[in-house]
Design a protein around this ligand. Sequence first.
Ligand code: ZN
Ligand code: ZN
Length: 116
Amino acid sequence: MHEFDSNKVEEYKTYKCSKCSYSADVSGEKRRTIEGIFETHVCLNCRCVIEVCLGESYLIGSEIFYKENEPLCMLCGKNDTIVWNSEMCKCPKCEGKMDLTRLELNIFSVGKVKIV
Ligand SMILES: [Zn+2]
Ligand SMILES: [Zn+2]
């Protein structure tokens, strides 16, 4: 991944639980993008794996700055979230293990590349 300019590569991932089939399209990591800072969390209220925004971006001249946000669940609007550990990959529904079942990279000049 690191050989690419992160602004020109978009990642699409899906994690799926092998026990209960719950799946989530999340990155599993903290990312800084032009749109903001995002991290994969678990909402304890909804018991879902979600992407939360930790900071919104704004521009001064051509430089990007980030304004910190409280991480809110996009489903219930509450901030009962904790960071999802993508090494444990624990399913929030049944505590089973979630596996990476899809990884696609959309590379600016190459197009979509399917890896998993
Ligand atoms: Zn499960
Ligand atoms: Zn929620």
